[in-house]
Write a protein that binds this ligand. Sequence first.
Ligand code: ADP
Length: 302
Amino acid sequence: MKSYAMGIDFGSTTAKVVILDENGQVVASAISQKGVVSDEGVRVALAEALRQAHIEQSAVGKVVSTGYGRRMLDIADRSITEITCHARGAVALVPDVQVVIDIGGQDSKVIAIDPNGLVARFAMNDRCAAGTGKFLEVLARAVNIDIENMGTVALQATKTVSITSMCATFAETEVISLLAEGYEKPVVLAAVHLAVAKRTVGLVSRMGKRDPVVMTGGVSQNVAAVHFLQQELKTTLIIPPGAQTAGALGAALFALDDLRSEKAEGSTKAEVLDDEVEQQLALPQDCSPACSKKTALVTFKH
Ligand code: ADP
């Protein structure tokens, strides 16, 4: 019987798959890291999720895709933007969430949640690496350290230095110069994370900071990114278990609605709003010298 619902987040660097049973319980949650958008990454995460759930693909009744490559998946019945899916996933994990910060491999976004748990407005940076996981990846490579360890090392810094450029290319040059000047890796890495935090605070302030703030996306697994973001925001971030798979969870919840064919009003409204989100995401944004122009700010009237 096709009684399972599946959400696939086809991200820019990782693929995430969440499977729910007919009661909405998470029976599988898998992540595959392949470096770039890849079919192979989805295949690996999919196989792992089915293995965890002890089911075959034929037992899955509905599939919703989200993320950077959401339209590339033949297996999906439909796709929904990552803004809407991260919001839904975050609300499922932390029902009273007010603001969601999602920093992934290729973009960063801040989503304000309305009293009904829907997207009220969002701001995002998705046209350059500034303030994203990509920025951290480029600079981890420049410092010759694994992405998984860079946060722990950054927290060992005993003094501070600043990186002035948010452009990954220029920041890489700055990092190399700082190392050549004799600054130790932890100090340079702390500066890198502080730069990401400051960039994110800019997006949060445009949304209006309201607690509780939930962080989702892969960068939530980076302890220094979280530390500096908390310091700059002057708040404690909630990072629920499953933060990196929150988008896939949101997609799986929409798939579960489809499976049950009984949509709650909130869910239907979320989908109507998602069409607007999709239109906003399609707007061209050029990489211009004024980095502030590279963020989109969108507000919805409900
Ligand atoms: P996407 O959905 O765009 O593929 P993710 O939300 O999975 O992106 O986030 C990927 C980013 O998360 C990477 O660029 C990296 O910076 C960060 N990341 C993922 N896992 C870890 C980890 N274990 N430790 C530190 N950073 C991580």
